[in-house]
Ligand binder design. Structure first.
Ligand code: FE
Length: 201
């Protein structure tokens, strides 16, 4: 067994009230899915230590299937942690992040238009990310938590567009949810993330 392994702990839900277009009930249910990803990350990583590596196989093997689900659970954990913290702001972006958005998208409005289209297109997540390969911001679309992630890109604004994120409040009207989300991004949280990752000074 790998004694270096460390369990993850789920963060408490930072949202405590209804948001405009995103109800507390929906967010509380969503939190349960997040807690599930944390639990499954710990479970799959612990179990991987006991699975027969010599039987690993790309078509089917216990080890291979678990390695696939590991990335789904880990990304689910990471992206939701940022997602919940971003909710509940005033949507106003200023300072160095605004400058970066204007440089790489032309304007904040142009970014929003593209981010909305990315969110409508994606089957899992739309992510505003800073790619350390070209030092630019990109809106990336992920069809699942482990499909579409770009290596070396720092997620700054992950927007969950799985149906569970909006069906309770909006039914099939994903665009109404996306607009509500964008209007309530807490950019001070994004700023703190970007500073910690060295994206902005
Ligand atoms: Fe989700």
């Amino acid at each position: 067994n790998n004694t270096m392994r460390k369990d993850y702990t789920a963060n408490p839900l930072p949202v405590t009230s209804d948001l405009e277009g995103i109800s507390l009930k929906s967010t509380q249910e969503h939190q349960k899915l997040y807690e599930g990803y944390v639990k499954k990350t710990n479970e799959v990583q612990a179990k991987l230590e006991t699975v027969d590596r010599s039987a690993a196989n790309g078509v089917y093997s216990e080890y291979g299937e678990m390695k696939r689900q590991e990335t789904f659970a880990v990304n689910g954990m990471k992206l939701h942690e940022i997602y919940f913290r971003l909710l509940g702001g005033d949507g106003e972006v200023g300072g160095a992040l605004r400058t970066l958005i204007e440089r790489d998208f032309g304007s904040v409005e142009a970014w929003k238009e593209d981010f909305t289209a990315t969110g409508i297109s994606a089957r899992g997540w739309a992510v505003l990310a800073y790619d350390t390969s070209d030092n630019r911001l990109h809106n990336y679309a992920m069809d699942a938590q482990n499909v579409g992630a770009v290596w070396g890109a720092v997620p700054l604004v992950p927007m969950d567009v799985y149906e569970h994120a909006y069906f309770m409040d909006h039914g099939v009207n994903r665009k109404a949810y996306i607009e509500a989300f964008i209007r309530q991004i807490d950019w001070s949280v994004v700023r703190e993330l970007a500073e910690r990752q060295g994206v902005v000074a």
